[in-house]
Design a protein around this ligand. Structure first.
Ligand SMILES: Cc1cc2nc3c(=O)[nH]c(=O)nc-3n(C[C@H](O)[C@H](O)[C@H](O)COP(=O)(O)O)c2cc1C
Length: 203
């Protein structure tokens, strides 16, 4: 990004960075090939470096699912949790299973877990920093042909999901990232112009 960047990192121009930010889209269908795990690790390390989150306090942790067994377990937990939500209450068992299988076919999931601290100020700060890290990760992933859905469905906060994932009493799920390599990107989306959201205080 600047002259101090390590030689192994791509050198960036601002226009390239803006293009990644502007063109990134949520990807919901994935190519059949696996995501190289070392790439995921590399992108996670870089996204962690993009925020001032002190991991020495164990404020967050990640669970990566890419085995069939792990993904099936997670997909089952998710669908069971959906069943407790109004919309899915009456879903026939067969459809529920089919949806679980569909979720399990997604190449990988990443569960982002935060640890509650001594005050709401501490928790808010960490939640914000973790979210910023996820945003960095989704941009880096996009640039490396990995598509992502950032999932924050209320069903994920069902106690059965926390128990199934082995969360401690003081841990909460922030989101589940569904991800996979993508071949075809959706067109860039029109965004609300920031000028519409900007208020000038009278001098
Ligand atoms: C904080 C956050 C939470 C999200 N939660 C969900 C979710 O629970 N389920 C889902 O399908 N998509 C979720 N998304 C993805 C949005 O649906 C997606 O970003 C939106 O459709 C805009 O599309 P784009 O990312 O291609 O611009 C979330 C995105 C963000 C930034």
């Amino acid at each position: 990004m600047n002259s101090q960047s390590p030689a192994s990192e791509p050198s960036y121009r601002l226009s390239q960075l803006i293009s990644v930010i502007r063109n990134r889209r949520t990807i919901r269908s994935y190519a059949d090939r696996p995501i190289p795990q070392e790439l995921i690790l590399r992108l996670l390390l870089a996204s962690k470096a993009s925020v001032s989150l002190d991991w020495n306090d164990s404020v967050a942790r990640l669970i990566y699912f890419n085995s069939q067994q792990g993904k099936r377990k997670a997909a089952g937990l998710i669908m069971d949790a959906y069943k407790n939500q109004k919309l899915y209450k009456w879903l026939p068992k067969k459809l529920n299973q089919a949806m679980a299988e569909r979720i399990a076919r997604i190449p990988a999931f990443l569960a982002v877990i935060r640890k509650l601290g001594p005050s709401s100020q501490h928790n808010d700060r960490n939640y914000a920093a973790i979210s910023a890290m996820i945003q960095s990760f989704s941009l880096l992933a996009w640039e490396n042909d990995i598509g992502i859905v950032w999932n924050t469905d209320p069903a994920l906060r069902e106690p059965s999901v926390a128990a199934g994932l082995g969360l401690q009493e003081d841990e909460r799920i922030v989101c589940l990232l569904y991800m996979g390599m993508y071949d075809k990107a959706p067109k860039p989306k029109a965004r609300t112009a920031i000028a519409q959201k900007l208020t000038h205080l009278a001098p």
